[in-house]
Write a protein that binds this ligand. Sequence first.
Ligand code: URA
Length: 231
Amino acid sequence: MTGTMLDVSELSENFSRRLIQSGYNSESVKKAVSKTARLMTHAVIINELTGPGERCSLCNLHKEGAARRLAGHGNPDSPIMFVGEGPGEHEDMFGIPFVGIAGTALTLWLEKMPLKREQVYISNVIKCRPENNRTPQPQECETCIENFLKKEIKMIKPRVIVAVGAVALKCMIPDATGITSSHGSWFKFEDIPLTPVYHPAFVLRKKNREFAEANQQVYRDLMQAFQQIKA
Ligand code: URA
């Protein structure tokens, strides 16, 4: 299914409501939602002109109904590259990473950073959507990393990589302990400093004080990553 203009306004209203209910303030939500809505609207136009784009058969994921193989998106000259787990329903629909509810939360976090969403580059370890958003298998991660992510990193040449969430961290740094103990620490991937942060979907599952604390932690970890590009 490809997205339509109507989907975009319905989705935007839905994301706004859910993010405000989670505890984000309505002004920040409005800004972030309008950015992801703009990305989705642009994607609808591109998809109508060019079709859904590349499909891939290098691993079993292509048998699970993903509409496309999804490249990263954003500023190719960004000194910082965000790498998430893999496309979800809305990313597969529109063809852009992080445009669903989790992506809108990431966009909202970036509003508080020295570089905003449109100034950074955002991608995923896995390029095709796993069925029902299941966790990708190590073999699938390895195939995608070798064939796409490493090449993408060589093109973007980021000075810092931010691994978004536990799965991205595990795929890129298999020896790392879990995200709860590793977020904010430093690793190297392809000789580039890498730091993990919580995944927005993980933060959105938290409530009240735990939600506020997880957000504060993310802002601290992200600030640290942005300070590293200035160093
Ligand atoms: N979660 C991810 O890890 N990546 C996306 O692109 C969207 C949601």
